[in-house]
Design a binder for this molecule. Structure first.
Ligand code: SAM
Length: 273
């Protein structure tokens, strides 16, 4: 009998895939077949080399010890942070992803503390306070409407201690939308078994195709997050400061990075009137 992770369920985008712009879709998009291939797509060694200790040092520099990985996926950052000595809780809205992350962590000698939670209702399932919430690997882009984006950010905010930080990344969609994309490096899609390319793009949809060397193809329909828009939303829900890095560097030209990382801090800053 096939295990849960081997079940043959196909992705289904209906007759016009570019019509699918729903936040709830992510659970179906990560069909087991795709999840199982995700580790080929996200090459852990290549990723470790590209990211270095960026997130570990960032968390340490903010004194963070207790971290909620809100978009665990197959578990890369949860495992990396556990090995660096952080206390980690691993959440995701996809049961298939959580099962895969648990299996991956166990192979490396860790038992993940997993929580099945959709970001929009995070605090229904997560009843603790954290020094940091991380939402990495171009995950927030799965939310297709603004109300859900605001609600999710508010849920992250609520689960942070008074001086906690949110670390979130996304692709350089400005460059993709404005046709300036110059992909130079492949931070997240490091494996040479797969290519990730935009299949269709407009102001409210970025449909990416993931082509594997064995001929299999999968898709993800995502919302193209513009950088200033994300920074603005973070401030609107109450984060006091947002620092943005381009490909892990503090100084960059807007069109050049492949990915942006935002660090939003909750620590209150008194404004002079
Ligand atoms: N952080 C991982 C990484 O870097 O490899 C996973 C990235 S994967 C692109 C996006 C993850 O976000 C998936 O595991 C998906 O299930 C999760 N996700 C998307 N929308 C979600 C939501 N509304 N609530 C909870 N998890 C969600």
């Amino acid at each position: 009998m096939k295990s849960v992770l081997e079940a043959d369920i196909e992705q289904d985008y209906g007759e016009d895939p570019t019509e699918i712009r729903e936040t709830d879709k992510y659970v179906e998009e990560y069909v087991h077949k795709f999840v199982n291939k995700w580790d080929e797509l996200i090459d852990w060694d290549g990723r470790a080399e590209a990211e270095g200790n960026f997130f570990i040092e960032l968390l340490r520099s903010h004194g963070a010890k207790k971290v909620l990985d809100a978009a665990t996926g197959t578990g890369y950052h949860s495992v990396q942070l556990l090995e660096a000595g952080f206390e980690v809780t691993s959440a995701d809205g996809s049961p298939a992803m959580l099962a895969k992350s648990f299996e991956n962590a166990r192979k490396r000698g860790h038992i993940l503390r997993t929580v099945h939670a959709d970001w929009r209702y995070l605090n229904r399932s997560v009843h603790d306070l954290y020094d940091a919430v991380i939402c990495l690997g171009n995950s927030f882009t799965h939310i297709h409407n603004e109300n859900d984006r605001r609600k999710s950010l508010a849920e992250y905010y609520a689960t942070l201690r008074h001086d906690g930080i949110l670390i979130m990344d996304h692709r350089n969609y400005d460059a993709i939308l404005d046709n300036q994309a110059k992909p130079k490096r492949n931070y997240y899609y490091g494996g040479d078994q797969v290519t990730a390319t935009p299949d269709y793009v407009d102001e409210s949809l970025a449909r990416f195709k993931y082509s594997f060397q064995d001929g299999e193809e999968f898709f993800l329909n995502m919302f193209p997050l513009r950088t200033e828009y994300v920074r603005g939303l973070m401030k609107e829900v109450g984060f006091q400061t947002v620092t943005t890095y381009g490909d892990f560097q503090e100084h960059y030209k807007d069109s050049e990075p492949d990915f942006f990382v935002h660090v939003a801090s909750k620590k209150y800053i008194e404004q002079e009137n």
